[in-house]
Design a protein. Structure first.
Length: 127
């Protein structure tokens, strides 16, 4: 049961990174992402920056699926999501899909990553 749940959650978490990286940013299917980068960092360089961010998210998805150094990966995911959402919450809440409510979704996703790695994965390794 725990092993299957861990697999499903790992795939789900990787899919979120892949979809946000490839579909939303690299393929620019959600222009709001580029608008957020333009507002926070630079309108002049928003397209190259959003491509770099998107490719990084694709690599994150691959890293998640590889399970290489999964604890470091989980910590990095939680930190990235936390920092990104704090910045967006403070600097561009009007550009967020659900406004400041996005923070609640971020906390849920960070909690899911934590649970998958530090609760489920620990149980699997100890059994």
């Amino acid at each position: 049961m725990n092993r299957n749940l861990n697999r499903v959650l790992t795939i789900l978490i990787a899919a979120v990174w892949l979809i946000n990286g490839l579909y939303c940013k690299v393929l620019l299917q959600v222009p709001r992402h580029e608008s957020i980068v333009a507002e926070i960092l630079s309108a002049e360089y928003s397209r190259p920056l959003i491509l770099i961010i998107g490719v990084s998210e694709i690599f994150m998805a691959i890293w998640i699926l590889s399970k290489f150094k999964s604890r470091i990966n989980a910590i990095l995911q939680i930190v990235i999501i936390g920092v990104m959402n704090i910045l967006e919450f403070l600097l561009v809440p009007d550009l967020l899909l659900w406004g400041q409510l996005n923070a609640a979704f971020a906390v849920f996703f960070m909690s899911l990553i934590y649970y998958n790695e530090f609760v489920l994965n620990r149980k699997l390794k100890s059994s």
